[in-house]
Write a protein that binds this ligand. Structure first.
Ligand code: NI
Length: 185
């Protein structure tokens, strides 16, 4: 199993419209497994295929939150609850909106408060190719909306003013350049 590289802003591929997945086959399952490895390693809680330069409508989410523990007991390691969304469609968005502090593996180390609908209903195919539907709130809803945006070439910074957006991209570019040219001693 190999780790995939995650593309970062301002890579123009992040602006591409991803095309529907036509077949849930072994190649797709391999890609899903490699994307999970890549996401856990990053670490992140969501990853869209376009972020590993595959313009297909596929995304993964795993909030990896620990189970609630009785008071006084140590928190265990995060529990893995992997979700695979193939050709996801958000079919309903609540009028009520909520703010969340978001980041993105393609915009490393930059965060911003983004307002989105609180609750969404979605339809998708799972990794067996079965049709699924569900309603999501909280972090799961934020994550699903952020990742579906990726499939449409939209980044969380597009929900900010142009000035803020440009500043964030500049910071990412500069940090990458610094990293590449610095003598690490
Ligand atoms: Ni992202």
């Amino acid at each position: 199993m190999s780790l995939l590289s995650i593309i970062e802003v301002p890579d123009p591929l992040l602006r591409a419209q991803s095309a529907p997945v036509e077949r849930v086959d072994d190649d797709l399952k391999r890609l899903i497994a490699e994307m999970f490895e890549t996401m856990y390693q990053a670490p992140g809680i969501g990853l869209a295929a376009i972020q590993v330069a595959v313009p297909r409508r596929l995304l993964l989410i795993d909030l990896q939150d620990p189970d609630p523990v009785p008071e006084g007991e140590e928190e265990g390691p995060p529990i893995k609850r992997p979700y695979v969304f193939i050709n996801p469609e958000i079919v309903h968005r609540s009028d009520q909106r909520k703010c969340y502090n978001e980041g993105c593996l393609s915009i490393p180390e930059q965060y911003a408060e983004i307002e989105r609908p609180d609750v969404v209903k979605a339809r998708w195919l799972d990794e067996q190719g079965n049709e699924r539907q569900g309603e999501f709130d909280g972090l799961m809803s934020v994550c699903l909306q952020h990742e579906v945006d990726h499939l449409n070439g939209i980044l969380f910074i597009d929900h900010l003013s142009r000035l803020k957006r440009d500043m964030i991209v500049k910071k990412v570019v500069k940090a990458r350049k610094d990293r590449e040219t610095a003598a690490i001693l």
